[in-house]
Ligand binder design. Structure first.
Ligand code: ATP
Length: 311
C-alpha cells in the first residue's frame, strides 16, 4: 500500500489572454503550492477489478467515483503507457482540498495517483514522462507533481520553477458549493465583450509574468507579494458569486495584507504578514458568516510525494 500526499495551489498571478480558436486561453499562471493536502492511497486489488475508488472528507459527496475521476484516469493512463492490461488497484482519496474551489484539488489527486501507482507497480517512470502524462490529464496536473512555485504558460502546462525565498503565510476561506472553471472562463469572456474590449486572441494581449511579482517571490517580501497579487478571473468569479466580495472584505478587515480569489474561485486567499496574523485572520473569517470555514497555512510546499498516511 502506498500513500501520496499532494498540495493544493493558489495562483498568485493569473493572467488570462484572449479566447483561442481551440477554446483554451493563453495564461501567465504563477502557481504557488500551499499546505492544504489531499492524500491518495493505492492498494492492489484482485485480477479483473480494474481501478476502484473511494473518498472521505467534508466534500466527499461531490467527488465523482466513476471513470471521470482524475485519480482513476491517471491510474489508467499510467497503466496504458506501460502496457499493463489489468491495473488492479484501489485508490482511496482522503480529501481536504475544497472541491471545485479553484485550488486544483482534482488535478492534485491525478498527480498523486500517478506517483502512487508508479511506486506500487515499481515502474520508476522518469519525471519527464510523468509530467507529459500529467499534462494529458489536465493543465493544472503537472504543477501538482512539482509543487513549490512555478510559472505556467500555454494552457498552464508548460512549467518553469521559480526562485522563492522563505515562507509565506496564507489563509483560505472555503465557500459553500463550488464554481465551474469553464463557466468562470466563459463569464470572463462575456465581461470583456460587455466592456467593449473584445475577448479573442486578437483583442487581448498575450499575458506575461509580472516582474514585480517575481521579485517579491525571490526576495521573500510578503508586503511586496501582497501588492502584486492579480487574478484576471476574479471579476468573473465575483460576477457569478457576488457574496465573495464580503469574504474578501472580511479577511482584509481582519488584517490580511493581500486578498484575492483563488484561481476560478470560490475559495478566497489571503496573505498574512506572519503565522500569528494568519491564525487570527482565519479565526475572524470562521465567525464572519462570509464562508463555510477558513484554514491558516503556509507555502511553498513540495509537490506530490510518497509518505506515511496522516489519518
Ligand atoms: P481548478 O482550480 O483546477 O480549476 P477546481 O479546484 O476549481 O479546479 P476541482 O476540485 O479540481 O476544481 O474539481 C472540478 C471538478 O472535477 C469537480 O466538480 C468534479 O466533478 C471533477 N473531479 C474529477 N476528479 C476529481 C477529484 N479527484 N476530486 C475532485 N473533483 C474531481
Amino acid at each position: 500500500m502506498i500513500t501520496v500526499r499532494v498540495p493544493a495551489k493558489v495562483n498568485v498571478q493569473l493572467g488570462v489572454g484572449g479566447l483561442r480558436a481551440d477554446g483554451f486561453h493563453d495564461l501567465a499562471n504563477v502557481f504557488f503550492a500551499v499546505g492544504l493536502f489531499d492524500e491518495v492511497t493505492a492498494e492492489p486489488v484482485g485480477p479483473g477489478e480494474g481501478v476502484t475508488l473511494s473518498c472521505t472528507g467534508p466534500d466527499a459527496a461531490s467527488v465523482p467515483l466513476d471513470d471521470s475521476n482524475l485519480a482513476a484516469r491517471a491510474a489508467r493512463l499510467l497503466a496504458a503507457h506501460h502496457g499493463l492490461a489489468d491495473p488492479g488497484v484501489h485508490l482511496h482519496i482522503a480529501k481536504a482540498i475544497p472541491v471545485a474551489g479553484g485550488m486544483a484539488g482534482g488535478s492534485a489527486d491525478g498527480a498523486a495517483a500517478l506517483v502512487a501507482c508508479d511506486a506500487l507497480w515499481g515502474l520508476a517512470t522518469p519525471i519527464g514522462t510523468l509530467l507529459e502524462l500529467a499534462a494529458e490529464l489536465g493543465s493544472d496536473v503537472p504543477f501538482a507533481l512539482l509543487g513549490g512555485v512555478a510559472l505556467g504558460r500555454g494552457r498552464g502546462e508548460i512549467l518553469d520553477a521559480l526562485p522563492v525565498a522563505g515562507t509565506f503565510h496564507w489563509v483560505f476561506a472555503v465557500a459553500d458549493g463550488g464554481l465551474s472553471t469553464p463557466a468562470v472562463f466563459r463569464e470572463c469572456d462575456r465581461l470583456r465583450e460587455e466592456a467593449g474590449t473584445g475577448s479573442s486572441e486578437a483583442d487581448v494581449p498575450t499575458p506575461d509574468a509580472d516582474p514585480a511579482l517575481l521579485a517579491a517571490l525571490a526576495s521573500g517580501d510578503p508586503v511586496a507579494l501582497a501588492a502584486a497579487l492579480t487574478n484576471d478571473l476574479q471579476a468573473a468569479a465575483l460576477s457569478l458569486r457576488p457574496s465573495l466580495a464580503d469574504t474578501l472584505h472580511a479577511g482584509t478587515e481582519a488584517g490580511a495584507i493581500g486578498a484575492l480569489v483563488s484561481g476560478s474561485g470560490p475559495t478566497c486567499a489571503f496573505l498574512a504578514k506572519d503565522a500569528e496574523s494568519a491564525e487570527a485572520i482565519a479565526a475572524a473569517l470562521r465567525t464572519s458568516g462570509t464562508c463555510r470555514t477558513a484554514h491558516a497555512t503556509h507555502g511553498p510546499v513540495p509537490g506530490a510525494e510518497v509518505g506515511a498516511p496522516t489519518a
